[in-house]
Ligand binder design. Structure first.
Ligand code: ADP
Ligand code: MG
Length: 745
């Protein structure tokens, strides 16, 4: 079930950081106000960009956005005006995304995270954490919440789980030897695109969620040789899922699930500018794949005409599919640097942001999704509760009550009662024990038996108490994960603070509306200027029209310059792409050369036949070598009545009882290799020597044994021949065996 809301555009805001010390030293006196090339009109939401190498008379470029934040802007301003409404929507069950885009060093991370320890400089993420939990604590008491968080990064087109428990398992803080696992993207009609096996942790407070973020950041920083380079080359996503259950007008519990993506993108700068070549350039091209794919997706969506949106081109665009043209509410924060040397990059960022303004989303509330974890939690808690109330012996009545409501106080009362009852029982048993011991009228044997019985009863009581305690602990742990509205989980949320926040929100809303009206007035002014004008004389009309013509001409020039710029930009990116393509082709040729010359064609074909393309992963995969079951050779079925396969010949021979060798079913019949004897030399021995060469029976025992064995095996193929000393040219193998050692003697 989902409520469709009318479509709304992606909200785009631009923020410019102050000149840093190095830049300020180099640019004093350059156009653009206080040394920079970016000028911002905060009231109108306009950015004016001055080309430092502009020809005289060349107009400055103006862009209009939902809001703009200049160098003097505070973190709070951006949060209250732009982010706060989005977080409210997430708590109401919408999906929301905030992503920071811009060149490296322009303040993306500063905007998203900021300085955690300084309240004034805390960025969007810490403020959002606080906001979510404060809002939950202030909500109506009939609402239950479950907050979960995940943290991942996309580095070189690989998704890494930054909260991977295997990485964090060693109990030595800050030591992480192995990089996090890489994960796969999956898509399901229910939950859209998701990361399979991504760790998701339940958080109960701001502190807990902040700890998670710190944990993830530790893994990130260690994964790179150069932390700075790494941080600007990877995209990070912090995902918060807020599930809220509330009783609807129909009297049933309804769950709404809002997902918030907080995205800090990699630096958007052109790779050619960073001066990398060869292997590094190729690597950079791969790293930048997600960003260029993001650009293509934004262009395709903003254009609105092209039917195909290339979401599948990169992991980032697939993950942000809902946020761009999907069902989420999205805010893009484009960050700029005011230094003249970055003019091109700044212009590209502004164009990018300008295009993103036209993307339309259809936000909707996720109501009662099948995969809501909160529902499972509630069911489990109800089950544990029922078990407990059953144990507590409160009977059927209390059990039903337990399944329906969430009466925490009643539960505690019940626990106390049971504890009292148990104590009484124990005391009674001990008293009875004592009485038995002291009773002189009982026989010793009888006494022993009674004491044994009581001991068993005590043991049962203890066991019962242990299981109840375990159940209670599990129940409490589960229940503590759910946050209930109206309970003050934030100690410092005083009424005053609440009022202050409401005021700030109102002011932010007011200024946002003012800016919107101002922007509308500007547009309307231009359109209605002509209509409102009445001319008293022809001369006046000519003057007015000339003025207008001049204005329009200037506009035309601006548009022409813009077209020229865009063309130049296209040429440049095409050249870069061609360069990368040439390099890749060269490498491909090299690999082909090796394959064609050094790998036998049949081997190559074998490998080629085993390769299949995985469309999900967009990668070639080698099939396993193990044949499938249908291909496996089956073992021969044994003949009926026999343990193992047996030949017809053997069966007949066995039936006739001809030879003992057929008695065992598994004896294989192997013929000996009957090579011609090579004992011709024996014939040349003097005949008188021969009788003497016969060794003594003890000496030649092993040889004789072997000879007998060999003769036996030959017996089936030719009749045994008598060994005679005078035997002529052909000598049996046995003779040879017995004779040989004697020659050695
Ligand atoms: P990015 O993440 O875009 O690469 P960073 O956020 O790391 O850039 O910012 C680079 C530097 O600029 C940091 O030292 C940061 O403190 C500073 N900075 C960025 N934006 C601002 C701002 N609005 N006000 C003050 N300092 C800023
Ligand atoms: Mg950064």
């Amino acid at each position: 079930m989902s409520k469709i809301k009318s479509s709304e555009t992606v909200k785009v805001v631009v923020r410019c950081r102050p000149l840093n010390r190095k830049e300020a030293a180099g640019v004093t006196g350059t156009p653009g106000g206080r040394g920079g090339i970016v000028e911002m009109d905060v009231h109108r939401g306009q950015v004016v960009l001055q080309n430092p190498r502009a020809l005289p008379g060349e107009p400055r470029k103006t862009f209009t956005f939902d809001s703009v934040y200049d160098a003097s802007s505070r973190q709070r301003d951006l949060y209250d005006e732009t982010v706060r409404p989005l977080i409210h929507s997430v708590l109401d069950g919408f999906n929301g995304t905030i992503f920071a885009y811009g060149q490296t060093g322009t303040g993306k991370t500063y905007t998203m995270q900021g300085a955690w320890l300084e309240p004034e400089r805390r960025g969007v993420i810490p403020n959002a954490f606080e906001h979510v939990f404060t809002q939950i604590s202030r909500s109506a008491a009939d609402r239950q919440y479950l907050v979960r968080a995940s943290y991942l990064e996309i580095y070189r087109e690989e998704i890494r789980d930054l909260l991977d428990p295997n990485v964090h398992a060693p109990h030595v803080p800050n030591v992480h030897t192995q990089p996090p696992h890489t994960l796969e993207l999956r898509e399901s009609p229910e939950s859209g695109v998701y990361v399979r096996d991504l760790t998701s942790c339940v958080c109960k407070s701001v502190k807990e969620i902040e700890e998670l973020m710190n944990l993830g950041n530790q893994v990130r920083s260690v994964g790179a040789t150069d932390m700075n380079e790494h941080s600007s080359r990877s995209h990070t996503l912090f995902l918060i899922t807020v599930e809220c259950s509330q009783t609807g007008p129909d009297g049933r519990q309804h769950i709404r699930v809002g997902r918030l993506n907080l995205v800090d993108l990699a630096g958007s700068e052109r790779q050619a500018k960073t001066g990398v070549h060869g292997e590094r350039l190729k690597e950079a091209a791969k790293i930048n794949l997600s960003l260029s794919a993001l650009g293509n997706v934004i262009s395709a969506l903003a254009d609105g005409r092209s039917g195909h949106v290339p979401y599948r081109d990169s992991k980032l665009t697939r993950l942000l599919q809902d946020s761009l043209g999907g069902n989420a509410k999205t805010v893009m924060v484009a960050t700029l640097g005011p230094a003249p040397q970055h003019y091109e990059e700044t212009l590209t960022t502004l164009r990018y942001a300008n295009r993103a303004k036209n993307i339309k989303n259809q936000p909707r509330v996720n109501e009662d999704p099948k995969d809501a974890l909160l529902r499972e939690f509630q069911k489990e808690i109800a089950r544990l509760r029922a078990q407990l109330s059953h144990k507590e012996g409160r009977g059927k009545h209390r059990k039903e009550e337990g399944e329906e409501g969430w009466d925490g106080e009643g539960d505690e009362e019940g626990e106390e009662e049971v504890e009292k009852e148990r104590k009484l029982q124990k005391e009674r048993l001990e008293e009875e024990n004592k009485a038995i011991r002291e009773d002189g009228s009982l026989l010793a044997v009888e006494k022993q038996r009674l004491l044994g019985e009581k001991e068993i009863m005590m043991g049962d009581l203890r066991k019962e108490r242990d299981t109840t305690e375990q159940l209670t602990a599990k129940y409490k742990a589960m229940e503590s994960k759910l946050l209930v509205g109206g309970r003050n989980i934030m100690d410092h949320t005083s009424e005053q603070q609440k009022t202050l926040e409401t005021r700030r929100q109102e002011i932010a809303e007011q200024s946002r509306r003012e800016r919107e009206i101002l922007q509308q007035v500007m547009v309307q002014d231009e359109e209605t200027l002509e209509l409102r004008e009445t001319f008293s004389s022809l001369q006046q009309e000519v003057e007015a029209k000339t003025k207008k013509l001049k204005k329009l001409y200037a506009k035309l020039q601006c548009v022409k310059a813009e077209i020229q710029d865009v063309n130049d930009e296209h040429v440049r990116s095409r050249q870069e792409l061609e360069q990368t393509q040439n390099q890749l082709t060269r490498e491909l040729k090299f690999k082909y050369l090796i394959i064609e010359n050094f790998i036998p064609p049949e081997e190559k074909n074998k490998i080629m036949n085993r390769l299949t393309l995985d469309p999900e992963e967009d990668q070639w995969k080698l099939q396993l070598l193990t044949p499938s079951e249908s291909q496996m050779k089956k073992r021969l079925a044994s003949a009926v009545g026999y343990k193992r396969p047996i030949s017809q010949y053997a069966r007949v021979a066995l039936a006739m009882g001809a030879h003992s060798r057929y008695r065992a079913e598994n004896i294989l019949f192997l013929e000996l290799d009957m090579s011609p004897p090579t004992t011709v030399s024996l014939d040349h021995w003097p005949s008188e020597v021969r009788p003497n060469c016969s060794p003594s029976p003890t000496d030649n025992a092993p040889y004789r044994e072997r000879a007998t064995r060999v003769r036996k095996s030959r017996s089936w193929c030719q009749a045994p021949r008598a060994i005679t000393s005078s035997s002529s040219s052909t000598v049996s193998l046995a003779t040879h065996s017995t004779a040989t050692p004697s020659t050695a003697q």
